[in-house]
Design a protein around this ligand. Structure first.
Ligand code: C2E
Ligand code: MG
Ligand code: MG
Length: 651
């Protein structure tokens, strides 16, 4: 949860809790006051005081009427009235009654005085026999009237004071409660707003990518399946998947912060380039995708794809380093054959895969043939898994010739696959499958072992070169398998050259460099293959002490037609000489090319002009014939020398 939310969340929660507690305590207080008022009313304490005077009056009237002629008042009536008064005195004097009335000293003194008077009158009431007794009792009762009136006045005023006080308190409580409830209401509203915002943020972060702020794969998939459900009536649904080429290289060479920066900048550019997109998302890593709907789908898709690729062409400024980037793009247009949005994604993926497998930096529209190619590839992959045990793999060896002496200095081991039904399959086709599936690990170990075994049958000055794939650098047994092959066949490590391409370094820079250093330390030579075709060939020369570079055959092929290619080859050779590296030119096919390459100062050459890759048995024949020709050349030279010596007769 973002920080600014926490800042308000806790004070609000504390405020709400405080207000809640205050409101509850206020409620208790008000209940107390209300109870007090209602209890006063229930016990009728004021009423008891106020009715004391009328009770006294009734007693006085009863006593006065007792001895009137033909009076209906009896002694029992008098006793009843007096009893009521006595009882009233007891009630007025109880502690509870006093507490409820909150009697002051004056009221207490009055009640005690009245009680005392009633107690004094009580025995005289037993002897009420004559009108004189009645007069005497009436005059004894008389002070009670004043006291009762005073008590009534005192009680009334204190009770109305108390009621006014309670009412004022209740009104105060009402306002306080009202403000607390309002406070609670505001806090509640703010908390709900915070909660809604937090939910919005949570929903957003679950459906969007943190780095670029774009929707993520989850939201892409849900939008795509929604759109797919709508059918194609308003236009065909289009999915485009774009992948940044060699993104890992940027990460490895410039660091992850620069990689993140590249992703953010590329995301912004791509998003701006596709205003028509229903959704543009980052699927993960360096992979982005967009959904469109358009009637003229194919024309539209090609137009947008070009726009997206072009927008990446301008260099990116990654914290001061200018980096050029490119992307590969796969397009799929919904067709009636698609059963679900997944099919559309798979098709776009297949199209993207086809671009990455070929040129990169381009786009490709999905075609059912791609699916077939994919399925064929799957079948080939499963056949390849068993190729080793079925003994279908074989090594051929192409000679590497010293351009100075014209002699074979070594051979490059090149894999061949004799497929049971498809016949010979080119390594250019099956090596990428082996790399992708990981079968290259057991195959690679077998290649090293077989190449070393064959090289051990050759003269000691003839070397062997073996190609290594990037994936093999993840093989923990790589070094051990090389060391064991060398020692098993008694091959000097310097006779073995390992050829790697730039792609190996791009993919696993640190691990690869460490492994290469390890291998070089045991005396094995390392060569940079296909030099000049990659991404940053020159920069790799400064990062690892290679022993040799193999100039790619594309330069050699052009060396006789294009001046520039020859200049490049010459410059590479001069640079290599300065760095202490030897050079091998690949793909020499004609005498013309040989002459041109030889003139550049290149050390060695390889190509069909010298020989195609040969089975091991033919290598032995070639070496033997070459040795024989040296012997013949040597013998001819010797004979010529002998022939040139003057004969005795001629002396
Ligand atoms: P590479 O290492 O650059 O090998 C040189 C390729 O150029 C070989 O193709 C070779 O037959 C071909 N070549 C040689 N001279 C000429 C020529 O004069 N003209 C033309 N047009 N081509 C020539 P190949 O044997 O088809 O191998 C292709 C690639 O497959 C190799 O390129 C290498 O990258 C890979 N590869 C082959 N064997 C292995 C292996 O055992 N392990 C690994 N990891 N890769 C291998
Ligand atoms: Mg090679
Ligand atoms: Mg090569």
């Amino acid at each position: 949860m973002p920080k600014h939310q926490n800042k308000w969340e806790y004070p609000l929660l504390a405020g709400t809790a405080g207000l809640g507690i205050a409101a509850v305590s206020m409620l208790f207080s008000s209940v107390q006051y209300i109870n007090g008022i209602s209890r006063s009313a229930e016990n009728n304490v004021v009423y008891e005081v106020l009715t004391t005077a009328p009770e006294l009056a009734r007693l006085q009237m009863t006593v006065a009427a007792r001895f009137l002629p033909e009076s209906p008042v009896t002694d029992d009536d008098v006793a009843l009235r007096f009893g009521i008064l006595e009882n009233r005195m007891v009630v007025l004097g109880t502690a509870e009654s006093r507490r409820l009335r909150q009697d002051g000293d004056e009221a207490i003194a009055l009640i005690e005085r009245m009680q005392k008077t009633v107690r004094e009158i009580s025995p005289r009431m037993q002897h009420l026999k004559t009108s004189a007794d009645a007069v005497a009792i009436l005059s004894a009762i008389e002070p009670l009237n004043t006291a009762a009136a005073q008590l009534a006045a005192l009680t009334t005023s204190s009770s109305s004071g108390r009621i006014a006080e309670n009412r004022a308190k209740l009104i105060g409580i009402f306002w306080q409660l009202l403000s607390e409830i309002l406070g609670l209401l505001i806090c509640g509203i703010l908390l709900i707003a915070l909660l809604r915002r937090a939910r919005r943020v949570a929903r957003h972060s679950a459906s969007s990518d943190v780095l670029t702020g774009l929707p993520n794969r989850l939201s892409f998939n849900s939008t795509l399946s929604e759109e797919f459900g709508r059918g194609n009536e308003t236009g065909s649904l289009i999915v485009m998947m774009i992948d940044l080429d060699h993104f890992k290289h940027v990460n490895d060479t410039l660091g992850h912060a620069a990689g993140d920066q590249l992703l953010s900048l590329a995301a912004t550019r791509l998003l701006t380039a596709v205003p028509e997109a229903l959704l543009f998302a980052r699927l993960g890593g360096d992979e982005f995708a967009a959904i469109f709907r358009e009637t003229d789908a194919e024309r539209f898709a090609v137009d947008v794809a070009q726009r997206m690729l072009e927008t990446l062409h301008q260099p990116f400024d990654l914290f001061g380093s200018l980096v050029t980037a490119s992307g590969s793009l796969g397009i799929a247009i919904a067709s009636p054959d698609d059963l679900g949005s997944d099919d559309l994604m798979k098709n776009a993926d297949l199209a993207l895969y086809a671009v990455k497998d070929a040129t990169r930096g381009a786009y490709r529209l999905y075609h059912p043939a791609l699916k077939q190619a994919y399925l064929d590839r799957q079948i080939l992959a499963s056949d390849l898994e068993r190729a080793l045990e079925k003994d279908e793999l074989e090594l051929h060896f192409q000679p590497v010739v010293s351009l100075g002496s014209g002699r074979t200095s070594g051979f490059e081991a090149l894999l061949r696959w004799k497929h049971a039904t498809r016949g010979r399959i080119s390594p250019a086709e099956f090596i990428p499958i082996a790399e992708e599936t990981g079968f290259i690990l057991p195959i690679g170990r077998w290649v090293i072992a077989d190449a070393c075994a064959t090289a051990a049958t050759w003269p000691d000055d003839i070397s062997i070169a073996v190609n290594l794939s990037a994936r093999q650098f993840g093989d923990p047994q790589l070094k051990a398998s090389i060391v064991s092959a060398l020692s098993k066949h008694g091959l000097r490590p310097s006779r073995l050259t390992l050829e790697i391409t730039e792609s190996v370094l791009i993919q696993n820079d640190h691990i690869v460099l460490a492994t290469l250093n390890d291998l070089r330390a045991i005396g094995v030579r390392i060569s940079l293959d296909d030099f000049g075709t990659g991404y940053a060939s020159l920069s790799y020369l400064t990062r690892f002490p290679f022993d040799a570079i193999k100039i790619d055959q594309s330069f050699v092929r052009c060396s006789t037609g294009e001046e520039d290619s020859l200049i490049i080859v010459q410059t590479i050779c001069e640079l290599a000489a300065k760095l202490g590296l030897s050079t091998v030119a690949e793909g020499i096919e004609t005498e013309e090319q040989l002459a041109a390459i030889r003139a550049t100062g290149c050390d060695e050459g390889q190509g069909y002009l010298f020989d195609r890759p040969l089975p091991a048995s033919e290598c032995a024949t070639r070496i033997a014939l070459e040795q024989l020709s040296w012997v013949r050349e040597g013998a001819t030279a010797a004979l010529n020398t002998i022939a040139s010596i003057p004969r005795p007769a001629e002396i």
